[in-house]
Ligand binder design. Structure first.
Ligand SMILES: Cc1cc2nc3c(=O)[nH]c(=O)nc-3n(C[C@H](O)[C@H](O)[C@H](O)COP(=O)(O)O)c2cc1C
Length: 322
């Protein structure tokens, strides 16, 4: 059973990757690349680097619901380049694409960041969707909720590289108004986006420590992730697929949000995803557990796809729309 897919010319086999921010530093990515995973995604970085929020940055609300407000800490793209330079030949040799995640607050810096990393990765994922920003920070979701900014930054990214540009979107605008996410996604598509990743965490979550009588996270609000957000992720992918198809764009979607089982993955594919990324479910797993989990997952996707009458995973892509 063929579980591979193509994202902007890159073969992803199987069509599963890690979500940015989860296990996403090069030495760990190198280790998990030996397992049943088709592509690897780095932690988001920006040209100059920045500090994140103070601890606590993660809060568990239930087994299926996690909050985080990490604040995208990173030591800048010079350092990211060194990190990836060492690992990239390994990914090339095993034929698994390495996707570098970036965020910026100016198109000029974005061009510089892309130029620095251009020959140590296979594609860029532009994080236009992080909800956990410092006051006055003009990046992440501030870009991703504004169709004009999405267009401007996507165009700038496309001008800076020949490599595929994946635009990662927030579910925030979709929750507010489904028409809004269509407008945003079509802005990205018209500016040349090669793929769309959907979703980042669901913005606006809060957990209060009732004994301390204050929010648990230093940033107070955090992005919600884990199984609980899957219905929103599925709705987003379904809506984005419909918007792209009806406007004549055959752009692949990477489905993200609450993925754990083979059923979850097939649900995303039927909604219109060409590949998926797994985040929260991998948090806290040891390498050996990740290896076993991915092997089991792939076996289950094969069995389930067959039971659904498909000869390949991609035969199921978008079937929920027919
Ligand atoms: C601790 C943590 C850190 C994250 N860091 C990033 C990041 O650096 N860049 C990014 O685009 N998304 C980041 N995300 C969002 C995930 O990539 C993913 O979109 C989201 O968590 C939903 O998927 P999940 O429910 O499988 O976790 C982060 C999520 C978590 C939980």
């Amino acid at each position: 059973m063929d579980l591979s897919s193509r994202i902007a010319g890159l073969r992803i086999n199987p069509a599963i990757m890690n979500a940015s921010g989860i296990l996403s530093f090069a030495p760990v990515l190198k280790k998990i690349s030996e397992f049943k995973i088709g592509a690897l995604v780095t932690k988001s970085a920006c040209y100059d680097g920045k500090e994140g929020f103070e601890n606590p940055i993660i809060a568990k609300c239930s087994d299926e619901a996690w909050l985080n407000a990490v604040g995208l800490p990173n030591s800048g793209c010079e350092s990211k380049r060194k990190e990836l330079e060492e690992a990239y030949p390994h990914f090339k040799s095993i034929g698994k694409p390495l996707i570098a995640s970036l965020f910026e607050s100016s198109d000029e810096k974005m061009g510089k960041a892309i130029a620095l990393l251009d020959n140590v990765c296979d594609a860029f994922e532009m994080n236009f969707s992080c909800p956990n920003l410092m006051p006055d920070e003009k990046t992440g979701m501030v870009i991703g909720r504004d169709p004009a900014l999405v267009k401007k930054y996507t165009r700038a990214a496309k001008e800076a590289t020949e490599k595929p540009i994946i635009i990662k979107l927030s579910p925030g605008p979709y929750i507010e108004d489904r028409e809004r996410i269509k407008e945003i996604v079509l802005s990205a598509a018209s500016a040349g986006a090669d793929a769309i990743s959907s979703i980042n965490t669901v913005p606006g979550g809060m957990k209060i420590d009732i004994f301390a009588k204050k929010p648990v996270l230093t940033a107070k609000y955090g992005g919600l992730s884990g199984k609980v957000i899957k219905p929103i992720g599925i709705g987003c992918v379904y809506t984005i697929y419909e918007a792209l198809q009806s406007s004549g764009y055959n752009i692949p979607i990477i489905g993200i949000g609450g993925i754990e089982t083979a059923e979850d993955i097939i649900e995303y594919v039927e909604a219109g995803a060409s590949a998926v990324a797994i985040g929260t479910f991998l948090v806290g797993m040891r390498l050996e557990q990740i290896e076993n989990y991915l092997s089991f997952l792939v076996e289950n996707i094969q069995m389930l796809s067959k039971a659904l009458g498909a000869n390949s995973l991609m035969e199921l892509r978008g079937v929920a729309h027919e």
